[in-house]
Design a protein around this ligand. Structure first.
Ligand code: FES
Ligand code: FES
Length: 141
């Protein structure tokens, strides 16, 4: 189909069968929500992580993207990447890794940037929520 003229097959796979679409309850203390927009095109991506509070490991992740095929594929791929990772490792994910995996052309690089921004913003939200919570007795000190 004509899409194949513009998109690499991995993009099409993630676009047609996106992984981890959906939402988590943003009010839960163990959920971090990232909501970011791309100034270049106005597309919006929401990415949420559910973190195991004892280990700091990302247990679950969901996304919703209102945007182009590359943005949807980038967010789908990034959810696969972060699941099971620590928060610190999730922060190390660069858009270049996503762009390379999906073979994004230069004009679509900002779509993968959106996914990097979204995971960073979700981790930040989770961490700022945690600051308001006292550590469990014995967990620290
Ligand atoms: Fe067309 Fe992003 S600019 S979907
Ligand atoms: Fe703007 Fe893909 S996110 S074109």
């Amino acid at each position: 189909i004509t899409m194949t003229r513009f998109y690499h097959e991995k993009v099409i796979d993630h676009y047609q069968n996106p992984r981890n679409v959906g939402s988590l309850n943003k009010n839960d203390a163990d959920v971090g929500t990232g909501l970011v927009g791309a100034p270049a095109c106005g597309d919006v991506m929401r990415l949420q992580i559910k973190v195991d509070e004892a280990t700091g490991i990302i247990q679950d992740v969901k996304f919703k993207t209102f945007g182009c095929g590359s943005a949807i594929a980038s967010s789908s791929y990034v959810t696969e990447l972060v699941k099971g990772k620590s928060l610190d490792d999730a922060l190390k994910i660069k858009n270049t890794i996503i762009a390379k995996e999906l073979s994004l052309p230069p004009v679509k690089l900002h779509c993968s940037m959106l996914a990097e921004d979204a995971i960073k913003s979700a981790v930040k939200d989770y961490k700022s929520k945690r600051k308001g919570i006292k550590p469990t007795l014995g967990a620290e000190a």
